[in-house]
Structure formats: C-alpha cells, structure tokens
Design a protein around this ligand. Structure first.
Ligand code: ACO
Length: 315
C-alpha cells in the first residue's frame, strides 16, 4: 500500500517543564538534558476521541477520500475514556464510515503494526482503502506524583489513509519478555480509574532498562531490514524514530553512522505520544514540504511489551 493522506491533532493545553517543576521535584534543566522534552500537550477540554476524529478527518481530506469509501478502520490506542466500544467504532460513527473496524494495543509500535495489517489485508484482496488512527493520552496511566514517568509523556493523535500501491517495502517486528520494565503488576483490579479518572494502576518505568532495550532493538531491527532488502542506510532520506527520548534518537543515529539532519524530532514540543508519535511527525514533515515523492523512509518504534517494529517505505 501507500500513504495517500495524513493528519494529526493535538490538545490545546501546553504543559511546560517549568509548570511541572512547580508540582514535582524536577527541573527544566534535568528534563531537557535527559530527554530533550521542553513541553507536552495534555487533555483539558478534549477527549482522546476528539483528537482521533480530528486527525482522521484531516487525513481523509488530505487523501481527498470520502469516509464511505473506507474498507477498514484500525485504531491504535493503549488507553482512552471507554472500555467498550472500541475507539475505532466511535471514530467510524463520527466520520460517517461504514466498514469493519477494530482497536489494537501495540503500545508505541501501534502505527507500524496497523500499517502492516493494512498491507497484509490488501495483499489477500480484502481491502483497498484503510484508515489508520493512532490516538493516545498516556497521562491516563500516570501517577502525577512520580517524577520519573510524569515528565515523559503527552497526548496526541495521528492518522493515515492507506490506498493501493507498492510503497511499503518491508516490515519487521519483535516481542520479548519484559512487561515489568514498564509496569509493576499490582493485584489485578476491575477498574483502573477512580471516579475522578485518576489511575490506581500507574505506569512504572525502569528507565535505564527500557533505554537499553530501545536503542539495541531499534538498531538491530533497521539493520535486519537493510540486510533483507539490500537497501543501504545511506539510501534512506529520513529516519522516523519513535519520539521517546532525544538521547535514544541520537544514539541510534550514531550507531547507524548517519547525519542528524536525517532524524527529524518534535519530542521537544510533544513528549512521548506513544503510537501517535510517528504519524504526528510524518504529518508535520509533510506539511513543511520535507517529504518528497520517491523519498526512502525508515520508521522504527519500541515500547511496552517489550515490543518493537520497523518499516521501510518509499514515499
Ligand atoms: N527530575 C529530576 N530527577 C529525576 C527525574 C526527574 N523528572 N526522574 C528521575 N530523576 C532522578 C532519579 O531519581 C535518579 O536520581 P538518583 O541518582 O539520586 O537515584 C537520577 O535522576 C537518574 O535517574 P535515571 O533513571 O538513571 O536517569 P536516566 O538518565 O536513565 O533518564 C529516562 C531517565 C529519561 C526515563 C531514560 O532512562 C529513558 O528515556 N528511558 C527510556 C524511556 C523510553 O524509551 N520509553 C519508551 C517506552 S514508553 C511506552 O511504551 C509506554
């Protein structure tokens, strides 16, 4: 398939490092130096759903496609305001589509998983037009008193319309033990939120372990794709790396011996938006005229699971 339309949506409310320093024992200096993040967006008057619908409508407009022509909607999401129905069902109704839809929880790898599933369905003749929406609000999983996690994440949504083409060159995924690197398993509880929407099952990250996992899996995923396809790292015009930490991105760039200009970043403005990170970045790059027909693009993401995924694509 190929990406024919792309769009993104972010909450209005900006939370700067200085603002977090007023409620947490942290500082702009620490957050900037260790992560690259300066500010992030958080939900205030919006819901995850609003961002998802807005991004979806922008992607459809960009693709010049009517929602009724969609054959499938795949929504990547870790947590939203509803347990059921799936976010994709609500998106379907709001945009006026009439097609099968489902949600997938692929953590930060959700966008690449969704593109891969769309491509597989296309190859067996089940679909022609697929809407992929990645909509996330990791703050729902955070303990805002925990400085080690609260400073890292932000909310956002990105969407893409995939149509027939042969632009997705190859994908690769891994899964490995280590869920407890991102969560501490409390006694399982039926409802993870209290009546104010505050989680009582907060995300707890073993940052250094995840850092090591992220850097090694990203480099090995991309190298494996290069080996399998014969494409060389130098032939990639732009590397889209999951925006989790600027230091992770710089490390990967060094390991692949590529110039920093090939690794665009927006983590400074949005923090880690989980699966939405890659389509938001792609949308910004496209709107700024920095992605051109025929460009070779590499995508790589890693996250809770522990899971990782990578994809090579011709634009
Ligand atoms: N402000 C000030 N100090 C802090 C903060 C903070 N926000 N957070 C931690 N510290 C302190 C720690 O307590 C520690 O103090 P100590 O030395 O007195 O014990 C010190 O800073 C160093 O802590 P480290 O954890 O060693 O810091 P590190 O340099 O590893 O950075 C970070 C932490 C940013 C989390 C990094 O490890 C990282 O980015 N890891 C990867 C995260 C990631 O990629 N996640 C993606 C998956 S997320 C998902 O899928 C949902």
């Amino acid at each position: 398939m190929k990406i024919s339309g792309i769009g993104s949506s972010l909450p209005k409310k900006v939370v700067t490092n200085e603002m977090l320093s007023q409620i947490l024992d942290t500082s702009d200096e620490w957050i900037t130096e260790r992560t690259g993040i300066k500010e992030r967006r958080v939900l205030s008057s919006e819901y995850v759903l609003d961002l998802a619908v807005d991004a979806a409508q922008k992607a459809l407009a960009d693709a010049n496609m009517d929602a009724k022509d969609l054959d499938y909607i795949i929504c990547a999401n870790v947590v939203n305001e509803y347990v059921t129905p799936a976010l994709s069902c609500i998106i379907l109704e709001k945009i006026g589509a009439r097609c099968p839809c489902f949600d997938l929880n692929g953590a930060c790898v959700g966008f690449i998983y969704a593109c891969d599933i769309a491509e597989a369905y296309y190859k067996i003749g089940k679909v022609k037009n697929v809407l992929v929406v990645c909509a996330e609000a990791p703050a729902h999983m955070l303990d805002w008193h925990d400085r080690t996690c609260a400073v890292l994440f932000g909310a956002g949504a990105g969407a893409a319309v995939l149509t027939p083409g042969d632009n997705i060159i190859k994908t690769r995924f891994t899964g490995s033990p280590g869920w407890d690197r991102l969560y501490e398993m409390h006694d399982l509880q039926w409802c993870p939120y209290d009546e104010k929407g505050t989680t009582n099952l907060p995300l707890v990250m073993h940052g250094q372990d995840v850092f090591k996992f992220a850097t090694s899996t990203c480099v090995s995923d991309l190298k494996a794709l290069f080996e399998e396809t014969g494409i060389k790292p130098d032939e990639i015009d732009t590397y889209f790396i999951h925006q989790a930490n600027l230091r992770i991105i710089r490390y990967i760039q060094t390991m692949l011996r590529q110039p920093a200009e090939k690794f665009p970043t927006n983590i400074q403005k949005y923090g880690n938006t989980s699966s939405a990170s890659l389509p938001i970045l792609l949308d910004e790059m496209k709107r700024e005229g920095k992605v051109h027909d025929g460009d070779m693009l590499a995508f790589s993401a890693f996250g809770a699971g522990l899971v990782s995924g990578a994809m090579l694509m011709k634009w």
